[in-house]
Design a protein around this ligand. Sequence first.
Ligand code: KPL
Length: 298
Amino acid sequence: MALETFTLVGPGATAGVLADSLSRAGKTVRLLAKDESQAAAIRKDGLKVDGRAVELDAVSADAERLGTSDAVVFCVKSPKLASAIGAARPLAGPDTTVLSIQNGLAHVAPLRRAFGSRAVFGAAYFGAKREAGWKVRRLGGRRIELGTSGRNKERAKVLADVLRAAGWDCALGPEAEVLWSKLVLNAAINPLGALAGVPNGELASRPALKDLLERAAREAASLSPVPPRLKRADAAAVRLCKATAGNFNSMAQDVAAGRRTEADAILLPFLRRTHDPASDAPVLFGFYRFLKGLERGR
Ligand code: KPL
């Protein structure tokens, strides 16, 4: 099951960083754009990561034209998933590995329905930002964790080897633990960075924000149904913020751009596990109310 051709779905900062690392590792990299005007813009301007041009084999909004590849990587945010799955179906042949590194859990069921045991779910611990045009800047972190769930173990192992060769610190773990551990950190970091309007580093360096960050991480960890892979969620949240210090997290980038946020995907899995969210998860519930108010206010 050699993985030589990769198609990334949903060009943005995450896809840009992965495309760059995979193409420098000698892989053939293609992008499935959201529409033809986006595809034309990327073809015209070229994708650059940290000032370096990324070698792309093809960019198109037409998956039939791109054809199948050995691996398809979903880098879309949760509100866009359903349409992305529909558009990307022709990219996946019977033996294609489908990787998703989205935040949250809501993507697991639809992707598994669409791609069965070909789907592998991962968690990305890095920061990146898309700047004007198709320029992407890496903002710290180089860890990717891949979840195994019995039937996809072999695929996940092969994928992990490719990612390591492409420079990532890639680890494997049971799928539920990988996804919930990342979700615990996202539930603490993303809403707080988005509401405070600060990059991750400030969540770790400003005492009042750090206190809230740590409380949110402990609250989320206490509601996780599987033991998080992190020994201390509060310390792990601070470490991740430091590792990605210059990054405005993905939710902060959504709020700044006036886009719908991933508040539902990131916070509801915890709030749904409480009897009374206001008293059982006061910090996360507060984040959720503020974010929803912000979205409604638009
Ligand atoms: O997952 C992230 C995100 O922004 O969504 C982290 C790793 C927290 C980086 O900001």
